[in-house]
Design a protein around this ligand. Structure first.
Ligand SMILES: C[S@@+](CC[C@H](N)C(=O)[O-])C[C@H]1O[C@@H](n2cnc3c(N)ncnc32)[C@H](O)[C@@H]1O
Length: 242
């Protein structure tokens, strides 16, 4: 019999933000797959769930899967393919497999591609999703910044997209959330001025250095030029129209 695949969101990197359902799931599975960017670097998602696994008499098998940080589609497709095969082999042994992701599994996560590839190969695999606290809502919480009120519109923008596209989006949104790093941040004050944002528009930068350290910076769009921005990938920026 085929096993079951569970995409488990483990929150933004703080063990206390792991949901009860995620914790119960991790205690019930045979295998935990943990994505990481480099072979010799720890998986942040795995580090986050370590306190839960330490409680177990018989911990699950851990498979750390490398997903390199690249936009080269050929490389990525090869990686999705080989990691999907690794997971599928466990599912074919009848095992219950959790694939853990930081934040929520349905928001910009490696789980999405991996799951699609597995489903393409074996559509009969049962899949369950356990949602997680996304980094976006955690950033709003630590900075006490409402993401939206009333009829405000929110746009979630990967920092890697083209500036022209960002401007088109910004014209129609009240809150801009930039994920996947801080590229183009210094250019935003000038460009967003054309979209109705002002020098006084609030800006929040939340940067995660590792699981224990977090930097929260708050200011105004006009201050951005003077901020030291190091391009850390684990950064989220919230910019509010007012
Ligand atoms: C590949 S996306 C994954 C998003 C994740 N699935 C979620 O729901 O938050 C990675 C991006 O999430 C954001 N991120 C994840 N953890 C974070 C944290 N602890 N602090 C700030 N931003 C974080 C950063 O923008 C990072 O570039």
């Amino acid at each position: 019999m085929l096993g079951k695949l569970v995409g488990v969101g483990v929150g933004p990197g703080k063990p206390e933000l792991i949901t009860i359902k995620a914790s119960k799931t991790l205690k019930s599975v045979d295998v935990i797959c943990a994505p990481k960017a480099r072979l010799h670097k720890p998986s942040l998602a795995l580090t986050t769930v370590k306190p839960i696994l330490q409680e177990l008499e018989r911990p699950p098998e851990i498979l750390e899967l490398v997903y390199p940080m690249t936009r080269n589609l050929k490389i990525l497709e090869n990686v999705w393919e080989s990691n999907a095969e690794t997971i599928l082999a466990k599912l074919k042994e009848g095992k219950k497999v959790a694939f853990i992701t930081l934040g929520d599994p349905m928001l910009y996560s490696t789980f999405i591609h991996t799951c699609k590839t597995i489903m393409g190969k074996c559509p009969e695999v049962e899949v369950e999703i356990v949602p997680g606290v996304t980094s976006l809502t955690e950033c709003a919480a630590v900075s006490r910044t409402p993401i939206a009120e009333g009829e405000e519109v929110v746009a979630i923008i990967p920092s890697s997209i083209d500036l022209r596209k960002i401007k088109r989006i910004a014209e129609n949104a009240d809150t801009l959330v930039f994920m996947k790093g801080t590229k183009l941040l210094k250019e935003l004050p000038k460009e967003l001025a054309f979209c109705g944002f002002a020098e006084s528009s609030p800006v929040i930068l939340v940067k995660k250095s590792d699981t224990s350290r977090e930097e929260v910076k708050t200011g105004r769009l006009g201050d951005l030029q003077n901020w030291e921005v190091d391009g850390n990938y684990f950064s989220t920026v919230i910019i509010k129209r007012r």
